[in-house]
Write a protein that binds this ligand. Structure first.
Ligand code: F6P
Length: 359
């Protein structure tokens, strides 16, 4: 048996722990393990394929990033090609990918990625490739799994930032607006905001009214709490308004969300007369050592993916459905993206403890 591992999309802390666990578990079964470098680029002749051995995966479980590297511009069905005039065009290179995998004797692929990578995995399965998925993303927006690895680490990073912003906000009687990642899901903002006792949490699932946010800031002022902490998800938007897009994306890439913190901070300053500052936490949330929770989940996912290959669960994703790891058809996972349920107890708890969602 020869399997190949691929990491695609934005990196997330814990990828290396998955790679290590999957490699060791497969070697333990006497299988051969390859690593496809940079998403699927290694299978398209644009990068390498490496042998994954015990030595190669030694000492990597605690490291952020991915030793296999990653890309969110490598969809083989829409592969961006640079033309002579400097513009890009997209072509379908999936047949080439399948042919190369066959010629290398690859029996199955373990695709470690978010919804984009899982959608590619599903299409490759339809072309006869044997693929098993592992859910990865700091955004936690993959359905059918309680959590994805990388999320806990991102929440911890955001929490550290909130704790630090608290002291400077209080010293200066300021409103600090912290923008966190999450794309169209508000999980990072919600979890870090509640754990960090923010005053306002703004998420895409609950469009906000800026006046309600200002009322909360003014109420705090009147009660003698002259500073406020606002945690906003990058995909949040005002009721009736639109999400904020940050700069230009490269061809083959989804649009980049971000920049909403500045609008919110400036508007609060204009309406309340309070001094406001904002910061975008950005890619710090994707880096660093995975937390113990993420390392453990990633390790369990890696080993479970190999068991799923042994059980021929093609087109399935390993998932955490506490306390067990299960496999779920990728088709089911992709049916609907996971979003914050506005009636979830975490939202209710935040409201009950005085946090405003600006609604
Ligand atoms: O999906 C993970 C994520 O970090 C999102 O939270 C964010 O919107 C996006 O990726 C950023 O992507 P890039 O690394 O391409 O800027």
């Amino acid at each position: 048996m020869r399997i190949a591992l691929s990491t695609g999309g934005g990196d997330a802390p814990g990828l290396n722990a998955v790679i290590r666990a999957a490699t060791l578990t497969a070697i333990d079964r006497g299988w051969d393990v390859l690593g496809i470098i940079r998403g699927y680029a290694g299978l398209l002749g644009d990068d390498e394929i490496i042998q994954l051995t015990r030595e190669r995966v030694r000492g990597i479980a605690h490291l952020g990033g991915t030793i296999l590297r990653s890309t969110n511009r490598g969809n083989p069905f829409h592969y961006p090609i640079l033309k002579d005039d400097g513009t890009y065009t997209e072509i379908d290179r999936s047949d080439e990918l399948v042919a190369t995998a066959r010629s290398l004797g690859i029996d199955a692929i373990v695709s470690i990625g978010g919804d984009g990578s899982l959608a590619i995995a599903k299409r490759l399965c339809e072309k006869g490739m044997k693929v098993v998925g592992v859910p990865k993303t700091i955004d936690n927006d993959v359905a059918c799994t309680v959590s994805t690895f990388g999320f806990d680490t991102a929440v911890q990073t955001a929490l550290d930032a909130i704790d630090k912003l608290h002291t400077t906000a209080e010293s200066h009687d300021r409103v600090m607006v912290l923008e966190v990642m999450g794309r169209n899901a508000g999980f990072i903002a919600l979890h870090s905001g509640l754990a960090g006792t923010a005053d306002v949490i703004l998420i895409p699932e609950i469009p906000y009214d800026i006046e309600k946010v200002c009322e909360k800031v003014r109420r705090r002022d009147r009660s003698g709490r002259r500073f406020s902490i606002v945690v906003i998800a990058e995909g949040a938007f005002p009721a009736g308004g639109e999400e904020s897009v940050l700069g230009e994306s490269m061809p083959g890439q989804a649009k980049r969300l971000g920049g909403i913190a500045e609008d919110v901070a400036l508007e609060i300053q204009r309406r309340t007369g309070k001094e406001c500052r904002w910061m975008i936490l950005g890619h710090l949330q994707r880096g660093g050592q995975p937390t113990g929770y993420d390392r453990l989940l990633a390790t369990r996912f890696g080993a479970a993916a190999v068991r799923a290959v042994a059980d021929e669960r093609w087109g399935h994703m390993v998932a955490l459905q506490s306390p067990h790891l299960v496999t779920v058809p990728i088709e089911e996972v992709l049916r609907e993206p996971k979003r914050v349920d506005p009636m979830h107890d975490i939202v209710l708890t935040a409201r009950a403890t005085g946090i405003s969602f600006g609604d």
